[in-house]
Design a protein. Sequence first.
Length: 576
Amino acid sequence: MSTPPPPSQPPSGGFGAPQDPPPGGFGAPTPPAGPPAPPAGPPAPAQQPAAPPAYGYPQTGPGYGYPQQPGTPPPFGAPGTPPPYGAPGAPAPTAQGPAGGGNDKRTQLMIVGAALLAIVLIVGGGLWYASGDGKKDTADSGPAKPGDDKSQPGAGGSEKVPSNVKSKVLVNQPSPTPDEMVQVPGSWLTDSTYVKSDMYKIVGYNVVDGGKKWEVPLPGELCGASRHVTDNKTAVIFRPTKPTPEVKYPACTEVGVVDLNAGKLLWTGQAKGATSGDKPVSYYEVTVSGQTVAAGGPSGGAAWSLADGKSLWLPKVDGEGCRDVGYGGGEALAVIRRCGQSSNQTLYAQALDPNTGAPQYSYKLSAGIETAGIVSTKPLIVSADVGKTAKNASGVSDLFVIDNAGQLKTHISLSSGTFGGECHTEVERCSGMIVGNGKLYLPSYEHQGKDAYGKTNELLSFDLETGKQTTDRADAGERYKLYPLRMDGSNVIAYKEPPYDKGGQVVSIDGKTMKETVLMENPSDKTTQRIETAYSPEYHEYRYHNGKLFLARTSVKKPYSATSDPEFIFTSFTAS
């Protein structure tokens, strides 16, 4: 099956607008041109337009989407939505989270002597965290540091507060200038290296000074990239050749694994399926779970061993026309499986044995649901736009939490339009929603704050046991917009999009108290601020670790004119 061409180029917006349209091909929301260039002074009060649709989960590489199937889904009969979340000053939600969660601030008993010393030693011995890109690190052992005292903001994670949170620009890497738009999905950050896909290559940069460390050439354009990492290895899909006049868009048939520290393409592979004949199967997305690489698309899914590329399973179609269209990775491996054709189709969410692809359990989604996404694999959380009721072009109206027996554990409704999580047509391209502490964290949709010149939002959460909204709330602050990036232990790492006259911030939000600790505050001078705000978490890739922040594009293009503002494939900041 050939791959449809990428979406057309968006209008130019210079520094003041996101340059990369959200990929996703047919059926994916089309972003607006982006916010206007920052004004010289405070704008006149006015009702701002709705925010553009977003996982970029910023975090996944783009594919080209699946053609939408005809047919209108029936109304969904699940429980109603929670009451809308009001502007600042509105009463707190009444739904209660689990005991000990939400804003429950208990007075801590002071324990002295040997007991206190024992606690400090236990905590100081090292903590594990799973980042949004699937990487696991340990905290350095040694003397007490921010986060060791569990009564203080920032506890529960391994990210340290820099001695000086005021950051400076590390490097602005110029974008390549192809004749036509080229996709460059994929960003990964290790302790020593920032790795970014580029035009027909993948490049590693030193996180100390931003200098190039290595480069891995590719025969064709990147089509997709996993956001998950195992043993500093991740997976990508790419075209086997560059475009030619005869074949302008070669199919995305090649799967490969990259060693992020060594800077090597360890292996490449492809697969043939029951419906592809002698031609290799095309893929739209790829993921990593443990030692398994899995790639999916409309012709079915295949998997390989992460270590050596050995085939684990191939695309197949059973008697009911069922096939794996996309996988979710990370802590576990899950799949969205489509059965039937056209409007007479059924979707299943399944947890898989990562070695064989055999279903461990299966959950049947309601009839009429055309596409579904995987927000989390452990626990398994499935997203869908049920009955076309999603608001604000979010692509998701409902979330379904599935238990280990394949039964619906709880249902979360987002159809009120007051929440900011978003999903696209690819299975693993939900953004702005992260899971930790037995909760789903997501931002509220932006709303007017107390300041007449801008909007704001909050970080909220749902209890995964009950499906009810908790009392958790972390305010972005006037004219800032908060966007969760990943968990850090029990803390939430979030980015704050700034107003026109400030730099952005990275904060750590305590999972118990919801208190915020600033980890980074970026420069507010006009030039730097314009470069930073040309990126948006909804469309681009944001990576933060150890006082380093990288903002990266997922596509590059030729400037519209010689006088256009320079564009950067990524921008980075460092705090000391």
